[in-house]
Design a protein around this ligand. Structure first.
Ligand code: AMP
Length: 307
């Protein structure tokens, strides 16, 4: 695994590989890597010859300076986790400084318009997705991969990036990888490191609220009827409301493409994203499930053992 801290070094490594006919994939991350990130690398390696992993804590996408300062950073551990992947270890680890990516205040950025960012994290984090869209566009332009891989854990982010690629004609394929969970069902996140034992226990409420929504959808399907979105919401909210120390930011139920609310009642096979964000102790956690996607539902139900 080659390590590049500068754009020039990155471009050199990538150009040499491309010149020898190798295809390139990109996995953008903010570091403090965990098994979820490693899964993205493995999945990317299934499709391309050489994977580039970027580790860059993008300052522009944080609304609060204290969140940026507190974001976990562990560069040595990141590099050793990636090396330990062996056969599927990335070819290049790109870990630039902030000055390397933003040598001056940028005058051109990507702006995301419309319904896609009206709800969920877009509502509570103004400007966040513009910053994500901008940095991902820059990374794609730097690496020029044939494939870029993202997690479905950040479901709205994935949809925003799909829109960026479509609207700006970026010549890159996208792959969304299912959420990797801890043994108790909690979605893996770099932010989980900042939870103490009690808060970590409380964090289970997020995935359990999603299970409650999936259970309602299953029951509606078994009864052969439509799914009432309000029932999904009520079931999920009941779990969240009963959880001490979990301050809900949103529990949104949206259509997977538009990321906007749809009809109050949907057919039993309709797809809906149930997405939750909540503050637990010092961190804001997110999770989601795509109701109507059997793989996503099953993965959640398998991971979240009944208590
Ligand atoms: P981050 O470092 O948190 O910005 O995440 C980098 C990439 O990893 C994004 O595409 C995330 O969606 C993805 N990711 C983060 N956590 C998980 C997880 N638990 N399962 C799958 N993908 C994840």
């Amino acid at each position: 695994m080659e390590e590049a801290n500068t754009i020039a070094a990155l471009r050199g490594h990538v150009a040499a590989r491309r010149a020898s006919g190798r295809s390139i994939g990109l996995v953008p991350t903010m570091g403090a890597l965990h098994e979820g990130h490693l899964e993205l690398v493995r999945r990317c390696a299934e499709h391309v010859d050489d994977v580039v992993v970027s580790v860059f804590v993008n300052p522009t996408q944080f609304e609060r300076a204290e969140d940026l300062a507190a974001y976990p950073r562990d560069p040595d551990h990141d590099a050793s986790m990636l090396r330990a992947l062996g056969d599927t270890a990335p070819a290049v680890l790109f870990a630039p400084s902030v000055d390397e990516i933003y040598p001056a205040q940028p005058r051109v950025t990507v702006a995301v318009q419309g319904g896609l960012i009206e709800g969920l994290c877009g509502a509570s984090r103004p400007g966040h997705f513009d910053a994500v869209a901008t940095v991902v566009t820059k990374l794609v332009n730097l690496v020029q991969p044939s494939l870029a891989v993202f997690g479905r854990k950040d479901r709205q982010q994935l949809q925003v990036i799909r829109q960026v690629v479509a609207d700006l004609n970026l010549p890159v394929g996208l792959l969304g990888v299912p959420t990797v969970r801890e043994q108790d069902g909690v979605a893996m996140s770099s932010r989980n490191r900042r939870l103490d034992a009690e808060q970590r226990g409380r964090a289970r409420a997020l995935c359990r609220s999603l299970v409650a929504a999936v259970d309602v959808a299953h029951a509606a399907r078994e009864a052969g009827g439509p799914i009432a979105v309000a029932d999904l919401r009520a079931a999920a909210m009941e779990v969240l409301d009963a959880a001490p120390g979990v301050v809900v930011d949103y529990l949104d139920i949206v259509e997977p493409d538009s990321m906007q609310p749809g009809e109050p009642e949907v057919a039993s096979d309709a797809r809906l994203v149930v997405a939750v964000a909540a503050e637990v102790g010092p961190v804001r956690l997110i999770d989601n499930v795509e109701v109507g996607d059997p793989d996503d539902e099953d993965a959640l139900l398998r991971a979240v053992a009944p208590i």
